[in-house]
Design a protein around this ligand. Structure first.
Ligand code: PEP
Ligand code: CO
Length: 453
């Protein structure tokens, strides 16, 4: 069962502590933080090493063109917006998108949620000013509170524990939904959310669901026992978050008894954000030693040599499935910047999954004060990404998007167009603007089209 380890002999779960760690909160009470981390070290793991290995295997297939990665969920999960219905509806959208992608392209879709642990946020400024008052920035519910007052914004380690418990409860529900009948292909119609069903995308989805019904009836008529086919009744769904708070990640890192290797058991896949991917920084050091599949976000300033150095550092054994590179350059930079990065990684013979996050490079603040993204920019960046992959002859392996099952008005555009005046109606995110179900489905249909052509 044991695979060659890529961990350097000097690595330990706390070797990151000797390196500069960007984006860490200023915890006011070091002893309270240490007591909380000690408590977390005693908690059960949230995921198992074997599941992380399974995800590495399916991502290895993606890196070779035998699958497509759908990586999606909230920008930041929140303590307040925690409910069974919200989790169910987010899952519905992701399952719908996966069905659209799989049915239209004929390749398996690997589903990874930004869920069950996506609580900590990097910020462009450590403080936020409003009406002359300056306070620490909101760093996600696992650190401090969104409300703009001094007590709320003070980092509180008790929130790490609450985040852990909410992750456990969320994961429990995700496992129940994906393995307990809800994700059965015969229920494909039921995933259409009420508010989206009458839209153009909702109707298109319903037609596709009818085709799947017909195919299932055909298979049953041929004598295939659909009840016995686990693949049709259950879905493999993996969790992920940005591994930002290194104390928390370290506390959930365990040695796997089967392989004797280290796994960060807070989620199946962990990613390194654009602001914390310094080669000699603490985040790269920490993640270099855990055996989970990893992703790294690459913004427009990513230098080709720096990217290959990251690949070398995070995946020296060049294990397929270990590393996903997520281009998030912004629509105006892709044509100019991405080809050189892809070329350098190819020259280094690094077997990565190439994915595109068309959200984070296209964020802007509208004149009315709302932070938003335009659906047209999101799609234009995806098209540019597909063009770059095609020109370089690499498989466009996945998309990474921020979405919600709620009927929000956070991103502009879409076929039932959200206009600047609509933003205030249902702007509910505590961090970045997310696609609603209509926009998410629209994106899935368009990506399926791009994949086909
Ligand atoms: C995010 O994914 O929410 C995020 C902050 O991304 P990036 O690091 O790409 O800016
Ligand atoms: Co975000």
């Amino acid at each position: 069962m044991s695979s060659p380890s890529s961990t350097s002999p000097a690595w330990t779960p706390d070797s990151w502590r000797d390196r500069p760690a960007a984006q860490q909160p200023d915890w006011p009470d070091a002893r309270a933080l240490e007591a909380t981390l000690e408590e977390l070290r005693r908690m059960p793991p949230l995921v198992f090493a074997g599941e992380a290995r399974e995800l590495t295997d399916v991502l290895a297939a993606v890196s070779e063109g035998g699958g497509f990665l759908l990586h999606a969920g909230d920008c930041a999960e929140s303590f307040d917006a925690f409910s069974a219905n919200a989790i169910r509806d987010k899952l519905k959208v992701i399952l719908q998108m996966a069905i659209v992608l799989t049915y239209s392209t004929g390749v398996p879709t690997v589903k990874v949620g930004r869920i069950a642990g996506q609580f900590a946020k990097p910020r462009s400024s450590p403080t936020e000013s409003r009406d002359g008052a300056e306070l620490p920035s909101f760093r996600g519910d696992m650190v401090n509170d969104f409300a703009f007052d001094a007590t709320a914004r003070t980092p509180d380690p008790a929130r790490l524990l609450r985040g852990y418990h909410q992750s456990a409860a969320t994961l429990n529900l995700v496992r129940a939904f994906t393995k307990g009948g809800f994700a059965d292909l015969s229920r494909v119609h039921a995933w259409n959310l009420e508010y989206a069903a009458s839209s153009r995308e909702g109707k298109r989805y319903d037609e596709l669901a009818h085709e799947i019904d017909r195919a299932l009836r055909f298979m049953a008529a041929c004598g295939i026992d659909l009840e016995a086919e686990l693949q049709l009744r259950q879905v493999d769904f993996y969790t992920s978050h940005e591994a930002l708070l290194l104390g928390y990640e370290e506390a959930l890192t365990r040695r796997d008894s089967l392989t004797d290797q280290w796994y960060d058991c807070s989620a199946h896949l962990l990613w390194i954000g654009e602001r914390t991917r310094q080669l000699d920084g603490a985040h790269v050091e920490f993640l270099s030693g855990v055996q989970n599949p990893l992703a790294v976000k690459l913004g427009p300033k990513a230098d080709p040599d720096e990217v290959t150095a990251l690949c070398e550092r995070l995946n020296p054994m060049r294990r397929p499935g270990r590393l996903t590179l997520v281009s998030r350059m912004g629509v105006q930079h892709v044509d100019e910047r991405l080809p050189a990065v892809i070329e350098a990684v190819r020259r280094g013979a690094h077997p990565v999954v190439w994915a595109c996050d068309p959200m984070h490079g296209n964020t802007f603040v509208h004149a009315n004060g709302y932070k938003t993204r335009h659906f047209d920019d999101v799609m234009a960046e995806l098209r540019a990404f597909f063009r770059a992959c095609e020109a370089a002859d690499v498989w466009p392996g996945g998309v990474h998007v921020e979405l919600t099952g709620e009927d929000v008005t956070e991103c502009l555009g879409g076929t039932e167009e959200i206009l600047p005046d609509h933003l205030e109606q249902r702007y509910e995110t505590v961090c970045d603007p997310r696609l609603n179900a209509r926009q998410s489905l629209d994106l899935a249909f368009q990506v399926a089209e791009l994949l086909r052509t």
